[in-house]
Write a protein that binds this ligand. Structure first.
Ligand code: FE
Length: 345
């Protein structure tokens, strides 16, 4: 019996290093980021750490649904989402395993991450984007629009285009309006915007940019990286588009331009939690922050990282809304009710 035990123990000792050698360290990533330029970001992680990345990309909602269905059996270690409200939703469903990380806590500002609890922090923003107003210079004088509130000005009747407000980018902007002005005032504003529509909401941000350039609409909203992508393009059509537009930094005399994040966290059922945390910490490294800024035209979440993106820099300095992005999650349900009331789908 004793011999048998010893023999089993010996076999186990032999077997473990073999298994470890056979399985290179890996991190399984579910990502809602939809930007081809992220390839270099991931390759650099594998090159520097030896940890392979298995990646599944899908929309935010599809990934959340998949995680719910998979439950404990989920192979996913890290979840990356492209909107603070979605991160908050994942957190409130208990999908994340809060972590403690000296480097992440030192680098990522408190306003760009989940609030700390006794267990740690559920998710961290890794890059920021702003939601700006774009106008067609030949259709209206650009100085007639300077705030989000102006989109509801009756003078813009028949001139405003937006994507569906059911999209997270819009829901989060509306959540910020609720946080700053209250639900009643935000509802009135939304009614005013809907009354000014040039057409029923459709398409994504790039479609709004094109509709403004074509003159179908005079005013629209877009995340900054879609604009910078066009600004960096050599295609004549894209140069033509930018020549017709003026980018307006909203609310510079008030709360500041609406900011959102891409961010991520370690998942509750992660099978590789150490590699997962290492990957998150990597995303806050100077190298990764530069990949995010230069590749997808976002701003680093980590203050003071030097980037080399002249088109992004050309957007100029601006006042960003200091509202903690976690608050966008807090008012998300109210924002969803609001858009139903005013018919902004
Ligand atoms: Fe996007």
């Amino acid at each position: 019996m004793r011999h048998a035990l010893i023999r089993t123990a010996t076999l186990l000792c032999l077997a473990l290093p073999l298994t470890a050698a056979a399985q290179a360290p890996v991190v399984n990533l579910y990502s809602a980021r939809h930007y081809q330029t992220d390839e270099a970001l991931y390759a650099n992680f594998t090159r520097t750490t030896g940890i392979r990345i298995n990646r599944i990309e899908a929309g935010d909602e599809a990934l959340l649904e998949r995680l719910r269905t998979e439950g404990r059996a989920s192979p996913a270690d890290v979840l990356l989402l492209v909107d603070a409200a979605r991160l908050w939703k994942a957190q409130s469903e208990g999908l994340f395993s809060p972590v403690r990380s000296e480097s992440l806590e030192a680098k990522i500002p408190a306003s760009l991450r989940a609030p700390a609890t006794a267990d740690g922090i559920a998710w961290f923003g890794i890059s920021t984007r702003a939601r700006v107003i774009i106008v067609n210079r030949s259709r209206i004088a650009p100085d007639t629009v300077s705030n989000y509130a102006d989109l509801a000005n009756p003078a813009l009747k028949g001139k405003v285009c937006t994507r569906s407000a059911a999209h997270p980018y819009m829901l989060s902007l509306i959540a910020a309006m609720i946080e700053h002005h209250g639900e009643e005032a935000a509802t009135q504003w939304a009614r005013g915007v809907v009354a000014n529509f040039a057409r029923a909401p459709r398409g994504g941000d790039t479609d709004q940019i094109k509709a403004v350039a074509s003159g179908e609409c005079a005013v629209a909203l877009s995340n900054t990286y879609y604009l910078v992508r066009i600004m960096r393009s050599d295609k004549p059509a894209d140069r033509d588009t930018m020549a017709k537009l003026q980018v307006i930094w909203p609310d510079q005399g008030g709360h500041g331009a609406h900011i959102n994040v891409t961010g991520g966290g370690v998942l509750r059922h992660a099978k590789n939690p150490e590699a997962a945390l290492r990957f998150l910490e990597y995303l806050a490294s100077d190298d990764a922050q530069r990949y995010l800024a230069d590749g997808n035209n976002e701003w680093p979440a980590v203050p003071g990282v030097r980037i080399d993106n002249p088109a992004l820099a050309a957007l100029g300095a601006f006042k960003a809304d200091p509202l903690p992005v976690a608050a966008l999650g807090r008012s998300q349900a109210a924002a969803a009710r609001l858009i139903d009331r005013v018919g902004w789908r």
